[in-house]
Write a protein that binds this ligand. Sequence first.
Ligand SMILES: [Zn+2]
Length: 183
Amino acid sequence: MAYRRGMGRSTRSNDWGFPRWRGYGSSREAAQVRLCDRHGCTNPGNCPAPKSPNSPERWMFCQQHAAEYNAGWDYFAGLDAEEAAQREADETRDNSGYREAAHYGWAGSGDGTRSRDELRALDLLGLSPDADFEEVKKAWRSKAKEVHPDVRPGDEEAAKAFQALQLAYEVLRAAEERREWKG
Ligand SMILES: [Zn+2]
């Protein structure tokens, strides 16, 4: 099947917020194509990827994003802070059974009490899964400083890296607050 939509566009589409299912072709033919779960991607999603360790739930990604997801890089690109936090919350809820199990003897973090997004965020900050929030703050400050728009004006790569760091920090901060709130 060809997925060029005849508009001569070669750049990645940025049509945020489309439903994840969309009919391709005319409405009479109306073949529903499962879209890639990567936010903003309009390619068909036909590569399953586990949402979190020990979860039967799957994201459906296009080949490129499945590879990207599995490689774990650029994971936060294309999400704003609210979406990242929402995804984080969803994953935490999906993991609730796992987290409850962790209550009985698997104390501490880095043992399944961290969601996949938190682990991604820690990885992005160059931290280990058992890093505490003080370490998060420290790593975030020093890394964000290097790519801050004031330091690297007009540098698009730096701007992207800076945004990814911000999102990673948001994910970890939100998770930290949830933990404190639960006591
Ligand atoms: Zn995709």
